[in-house]
Design a protein around this ligand. Structure first.
Ligand SMILES: [Zn+2]
Length: 106
């Protein structure tokens, strides 16, 4: 068992699990009970895979979710267009100014 994703809420955790399911990677969500017990407990919910040999694939799925998903929006991370230099809000995946795609890994 390896943890591939730490979520800040359960819906994030289950979304990542469903992405892994779609790729045929078996996973479980752990530390689900923290919401009901104590808000500041030691465990945020996480997604763990059952087969460690799939870790690399699972981790890349999880990180692409983080980049394209709710966490980036929560942090309000903006990005700069590589083509024209326009600053764009995190919810845009293409530059409204020149139409260039958001660069990978940002
Ligand atoms: Zn641009």
């Amino acid at each position: 068992m390896k943890q591939v994703f730490t979520a800040y809420n359960l819906s994030d955790a289950y979304l990542v699990k469903s992405l892994l399911d779609a790729e045929g990677i078996e996973s479980v969500v752990r530390n689900e009970s923290f919401l009901m017990e104590q808000a500041t407990s030691d465990g945020l919910p996480g997604v763990w895979i059952l087969d460690d040999s799939q870790y690399e694939k699972a981790a890349s799925i999880a990180s692409s979710y983080v980049e394209g998903g709710s966490q980036a929006e929560k942090e309000g991370a903006s990005w700069r267009c590589a083509k024209c230099g326009e600053m764009l809000e995190s919810q845009f995946t293409t530059c409204w100014q020149c139409g260039a795609d958001r660069p990978e890994g940002k």
